[in-house]
Write a protein that binds this ligand. Structure first.
Ligand SMILES: [Zn+2]
Length: 375
């Protein structure tokens, strides 16, 4: 019986221990589960945060990429712009981009596109860009004076005569004529095409607008080497500028004379020679002073031109039908360098060695005109 009692006690102790163990393990398991859930929760939260951070960093990366990499949106444009202060013309729409040229005030460019900050230009067959802060679609009003020469740079003798003198050269016509009409002078009811397409060479294969620019660019260089300040209405074929607008441009840059470079054409291929054009005494659009000075300029230029080239002298042709003369506010001449319809004139004008003489002759005439006005 004593043995039985001992067994009962032992069983009770074991049972009690089992209960304690069970309870303990129950709580331990519960705790473990809780910890595990907490851990899982933390992991999930951490994952969420990572995802959100991921999103945030994605967007931070994406947005600047869109700004930097995507091409700046340019809307198409088709107009002319003028440089209002010295401006860098660049290969890309960025101030980090390579500078093609530093363009002077008043220089004219053809614009093909526009964005918020930049304008896209066509220049010498190249696409380039300029900041919108440095340009205007209006011609600059204030004239640029020949300050460059006042500090006595260059040949003193030449500078004395040409100092401060501004020659504006208009290479006649452009790549495409413009048959839109404009009045032939201030207040005129008669209209003419804004700019005609010009003639073309019978043997040279050149179009007149090409020959005019070839000679005008050399004339620009020659006049600059003689100390003049020179402006060009165009330095490419790809412009749209009416004859009135060319005269306005000459005024806007403060020109002292306006020299318009053209070549002639006739149905008779045997007609040859050079002439200049000036307004007649009765021109209703110009002051008598401007008429007289334009006639004097035209006479000086034609005489010097034929002396330098040996072309036939057809003299000064008086006309009041030329928009680019009638709208002018300074002495003006049109140089008809020769007849592109004449095989001999055309071949001569296309010859670079003759072009040197042609340019020399025109420049000599301009020198003589200023000398005569000074005296
Ligand atoms: Zn012409």
């Amino acid at each position: 019986m004593k043995k039985n009692k001992l067994a009962i006690i032992l069983v009770s102790v074991v049972a009690l221990l089992a209960v304690v163990l069970f309870v303990c393990s129950f709580f331990m398991l519960k705790q473990a589960k809780k910890t595990k859930e907490e851990a899982k929760q933390m992991t999930l939260e951490a994952l969420d945060e990572t995802r959100e951070e991921g999103k945030a960093s994605d967007s931070q990366v994406v947005e600047p990429t869109e700004t930097q990499d995507s091409v700046i949106a340019f809307e198409d444009a088709d107009d002319n712009i003028f440089i209002i202060e010295e401006a860098n013309i660049r290969t890309e729409p960025s101030t980090d981009a390579q500078v093609i040229e530093t363009a002077p005030k008043s220089k004219l460019f053809k614009r093909t596109g526009i964005s918020a900050d930049w304008s896209r230009l066509e220049y010498n067959g190249q696409t380039c860009y300029v900041s919108n802060d440095l340009i205007s679609t209006e011609m600059p009003e204030e004239a640029v004076n020949g300050e460059l020469l006042e500090n006595g740079t260059g040949d003193a003798g030449v500078a004395e005569q040409t100092s401060g003198k501004i020659v504006v050269i208009d290479p006649g016509h452009q790549g495409h004529g413009d048959s839109g009409q404009e009045p032939i002078g201030p207040g005129a009811s008669e209209t003419k095409p804004r700019v005609s397409s010009g003639t073309s060479g019978s043997v040279s294969g050149l179009d007149e607008y090409e020959l005019n620019l070839i000679v005008s660019l050399q004339l620009r260089d020659e006049l600059q080497s003689r100390g003049y300040t020179v402006y060009m209405t165009r330095e490419t074929h790809d412009v749209s500028m009416s004859n009135k607008e060319r005269a306005d441009y000459a005024a806007s840059v403060g020109g002292d004379v306006f020299v318009r470079i053209h070549a002639n054409g006739s149905e008779d291929s045997s007609v040859s020679g050079a002439l200049t054009m000036a307004p007649s005494d009765g021109n209703p659009f110009l002051s008598s002073d401007l008429i007289t000075q334009s006639q004097a300029l035209s006479q000086c230029v034609i005489d010097s031109y034929v002396a330098a080239t040996g072309f036939n002298n057809q003299g000064v042709y008086m006309t009041d039908d030329m928009s680019g003369i009638n709208w002018c506010s300074m002495p003006v001449t049109i140089v008809e360098m020769g007849y592109m319809s004449s095989p001999s004139d055309d071949a001569a004008m296309a010859d670079p060695s003759m072009q040197v003489n042609m340019v020399d002759g025109i420049a000599n005439g301009i020198d003589q005109y200023f000398a005569s006005q000074a005296g």
